[in-house]
Design a protein around this ligand. Structure first.
Ligand SMILES: Nc1nc2c(ncn2[C@@H]2O[C@H](COP(=O)(O)O)[C@@H](O)[C@H]2O)c(=O)[nH]1
Ligand SMILES: [Mn+2]
Length: 140
């Protein structure tokens, strides 16, 4: 399956014949009822295939991923001095022409994905279809 779901985008929203709005999602993605959504973890942790529940309380949206624990700035300044183990990169296969990207987006940069998914299931934003284990990651 090839899947492309933007997480920084403004999309039209037809709420009724009269009400026509625009929704800007920054760091979030559309999760309309029955819509397939991929919520990525990191290159070293699982990602989730979920299905949207179209919850209006969350503007028909879901999270775009686990979210960051450490900034790109911190990892670009100090990450090259951290060990592969500290970065969470032991045993992770990543192909990239930009080594700095591998470090800025190392697993240690992100929150644990499991509680992020559980919170969204509890809030009735999405339901889980499958947990996906990364085998190989390509980074531009
Ligand atoms: N499956 C993967 N998920 C990843 C990877 N790097 C980051 N992420 C997740 O995506 C979002 C967005 O990343 P950002 O750095 O552009 O903010 C992030 O919250 C992570 O959960 C990856 O290599 N593979
Ligand atoms: Mn991003």
């Amino acid at each position: 399956m090839v899947y492309d779901l933007p997480h920084n985008i403004t999309l039209p929203q037809q709420e009724s014949a009269q009400i026509h709005r625009w929704i800007t999602r920054k760091g979030a993605c559309p999760a309309y009822a029955e819509q397939p959504v991929i919520i990525p973890g990191s290159m070293g942790t699982p990602s989730y295939l979920v299905v949207g529940k179209g919850n209006p309380a969350f503007l028909w949206s879901a999270s775009h991923g686990a979210g960051r624990l450490r900034s790109r700035f911190e990892l670009s300044r100090r990450g090259a001095g951290y060990s592969e183990e500290t970065l969470g990169l032991t045993g992770v296969d990543c192909i990239t022409l930009r080594e700095e990207r591998r470090i800025e987006e190392a697993p240690v940069a992100y929150k644990p994905i499991q509680p992020v998914i559980e919170a969204q299931v509890k809030a009735e934003m999405v339901s889980v279809v499958a947990r996906l284990r990364p085998i190989l990651t390509f980074k531009a």
